[in-house]
Design a protein around this ligand. Structure first.
Ligand SMILES: [Zn+2]
Length: 271
């Protein structure tokens, strides 16, 4: 290479580095600003229930406690949202009501229909149930497809919790794809809708699983990682606040509402 060519290459490289340096931070800032116009400042609460029944186990909130909690949200100006509204707020700056809350249930227990649904209806609340599609209509403790259809028609979104509820980190890629695609197919066949959202069974996931979930057409995925959701949240690892039956379930519930992760308080970035 001649001296002149070397010099030209050097100048070009320097220009490219300089261009990348001035362009990149500006580009990031612009997109963040456009989203923040509607979603800035939001700490979106996503609650995670399992059973609502008179059982003395941590995964089962008593119906009277569930009623107390829904009344609390209602009386304190919380507004329930759908997973799609959450997704649009996080990705496109879509609008959210004041004090947004996404109420979710995992596994698709029949008590969600029997006990939780009438209470949700009483307060005019939306919610989301992540069903194990292979259990629906098959085991007596789980929803039937008829119940799922009625819920879906009345503001309760039915979404995916896979076909068999196996921990996704234990599966081969082929098994994983069958669980993910199979649940979408079951929901499509029985309810005539596309299920775009999934909750990871047992909460286990990793980046590779998140990528396959995305490839299979899901828009977002929910974990059991504690925390409130904001623009720093990973759309394939959305945080939720669990509500358990405890010695004082409603006090624990109020603590969950107040919960702010330490890194959010200090303004640290999530990853
Ligand atoms: Zn589950």
């Amino acid at each position: 290479m001649t001296h002149k060519l070397k010099l030209a290459a050097g100048v070009l490289t320097a220009l490219l580095i300089f261009a990348a340096f001035i362009y990149m931070p500006h580009g990031e800032q612009t997109s963040a600003e456009s989203i923040s116009e509607t979603a800035a400042g939001y700490k979106i609460l996503v609650l995670n229930y399992h059973k609502v029944d008179n059982m003395n186990i941590s995964l089962s909130v008593l119906p009277k406690d569930f009623d107390w909690q829904m009344k609390y949200l209602h009386d304190h100006g919380y507004n329930t949202i759908t997973p799609d509204e959450l997704y649009k707020a996080l990705t496109e700056g879509g609008p959210l009501p004041d004090n947004p809350v996404l109420i979710t249930f995992d596994d698709g227990y029949r008590d969600n229909y029997k006990n939780a649904y009438p209470i949700l209806k009483k307060y005019g609340f939306k919610a989301t149930i992540f069903v194990v599609t292979g259990f629906v209509g098959r085991y007596p403790n789980y929803l039937t497809w008829e119940q799922a259809a009625e819920l879906e028609e009345n503001g309760i979104s039915i979404e995916s919790h896979t076909v068999t509820h196996r921990s996704l980190t234990d599966l081969t890629d082929d098994q994983l794809r069958r669980e993910l695609a199979g649940a979408r197919r079951d929901i499509r066949d029985h309810l005539g809708k596309e299920s775009d959202f999934i909750a990871y069974p047992t909460g286990t996931y990793n980046l590779h699983i998140g990528q396959i979930v995305k490839d299979e057409g899901y828009k977002a995925a929910f974990t059991i990682k504690y925390g409130n959701v904001d623009l720093g949240s990973n759309i394939y690892a959305i945080e939720r606040e669990p509500v358990f039956h405890t010695e004082n379930t409603n006090k624990s519930f109020l603590e969950r509402l107040q919960y702010l992760p330490v890194f959010a308080k200090f303004g640290w970035e999530k990853n």
